[in-house]
Design a binder for this molecule. Structure first.
Ligand SMILES: Cc1cc2nc3c(=O)[nH]c(=O)nc-3n(C[C@H](O)[C@H](O)[C@H](O)COP(=O)(O)O)c2cc1C
Length: 373
């Protein structure tokens, strides 16, 4: 039993309805984008139908895992793509299953940039980025394996419109697959974040140097995607405060504020921001920074993510610090998270070791639902 049939709605702030543009959300608990590396050879697989539909509620918002926009986007094994006809066709039954249960489903469109290795690249070429600065090997979340990255090739200025166009086409494909909209992945150290951050971007052309120049690539992508599918179907994810994949910035407050002020001009649906306390991918750190200035400056819907529990999610909504809260690991391990929050029920614990394995069931669709009395 999925739990999605249970009507949700009472005075718990996370369980109050919200109007997200044209979509009527029945609650404010969003499935955060979660890479699961089970899309063999970049093709979404039938087992994702069950995975996503388990996490669907009537009127709930789901953001699909990061999806490659082109053959140079790839940086990890078995992430899904959204750039070939076969991939678009393979997404359709997954999207249909979410819609059949009343969910609203956005596709996260992604390019890894220098977070890649030549083994993933066409013809074994070097990954592309704003820079040729290499990334040092990183220990993976299992704490044992180390990912090696091939030094990237710095994109020529005249190649950049081609990457912007790949984002545009991916957005078109996502709509063709049936998604309700797209989330541009501008966070977590991947290609857009590489351009945004002054610790990575060492360009001397119009895409580097000043804050305005470093944000140009991101904003050109937003503009292209908005023109292609409409601003009411476009969100973006940002992590100005994070240092993932060696992509920190010397002035994240200024970066975040400039970005949201610029985004206002395009009237996009939402901005989804990682909390400053998540300096590293999955660790909460003490931190005096806050998303409040970005929240205040942004005119659209504001989604916050990173380390949220039931209690502080309710508090953030009650205090109007965000409109919606995205849950990653808790939703991964609790397919019926909204129902558990409603009942204040105990939560399943997530198992880090099965986050990224290729098994189509284990650690994927076998997390239990609450027993129904
Ligand atoms: C297994 C796993 C996969 C993730 N994949 C993505 C992804 O594809 N795109 C993305 O923007 N963030 C990704 N993240 C980050 C999450 O969306 C989220 O921001 C992070 O887990 C912190 O939120 P939480 O404390 O609620 O888990 C991933 C995190 C985990 C644990």
């Amino acid at each position: 039993m999925s739990g999605s049939e249970t009507p949700i709605g009472n005075s718990i702030p996370l369980l109050t309805p919200y109007k997200l543009g044209n979509f009527n959300l029945s609650h404010r608990i969003v499935l955060a984008p979660l890479t699961r590396q089970r899309s063999y050879n970049s093709i979404p697989q039938p087992h994702a139908i069950l995975y996503y539909s388990q996490r669907t509620t009537n009127g709930g918002l789901l953001i699909a895992e990061a999806s490659e926009i082109s053959d140079t986007a790839k940086g990890y094994q078995d992430m899904p793509g959204i750039y070939t006809k076969e991939q678009v066709e393979a997404w359709k039954p997954i999207v249909d299953a979410v819609h059949a249960k009343g969910g609203i489903f956005f596709c996260q469109i992604w390019h890894g940039g220098r977070v890649s290795n030549s083994v993933f690249q066409p013809n074994g070429q070097a990954p592309i980025s704003c820079t040729d600065k290499p990334l040092t090997p990183q220990i993976l979340t299992n704490g044992v394996d180390v990912a090696q990255y091939t030094p990237p090739r710095r994109l020529r200025t005249d190649e950049i419109p081609g990457i912007v166009n790949d984002f545009r086409l991916a957005a078109r494909n996502a709509i063709e697959a049936g998604f309700d909209g797209v989330e541009i992945h501008g966070a977590n150290g991947y290609i857009i974040d590489q351009f945004l951050k002054d610790q990575v971007n060492d360009r001397t052309d119009q895409y580097g140097g000043s804050l305005e120049n470093r944000c140009r690539f991101a904003l050109e992508i937003v503009e292209a995607v908005v023109n292609e599918i409409g601003a009411d179907k476009v969100g973006i994810r940002l992590s100005p405060f994070a240092d993932y994949m060696e992509s920190g910035d010397s002035n994240p407050n200024a970066l975040g504020l400039y970005l949201v002020q610029s985004l206002n001009k395009y009237g996009i649906l939402y901005c989804h921001v990682i909390e400053p306390r998540m300096k590293l991918q999955d660790e909460i750190a003490e931190c005096s920074d806050s998303l409040a200035p970005m929240r205040k400056a942004f005119k659209g819907t504001f989604i916050a993510a990173g380390g949220y529990t039931r209690e502080d999610g309710n508090k953030a909504i009650a205090e109007n610090r965000a409109d919606l809260i995205a849950y990653g690991r808790l939703f991964l391990a609790n397919p019926d998270l909204p129902r558990r929050f409603e009942l204040k029920a105990p939560l399943n614990k997530y198992n880090r070791e099965t986050f990224y394995i290729s098994d189509p069931v284990l650690g994927y669709t076998d997390y239990s639902f609450l027993e129904t009395a």
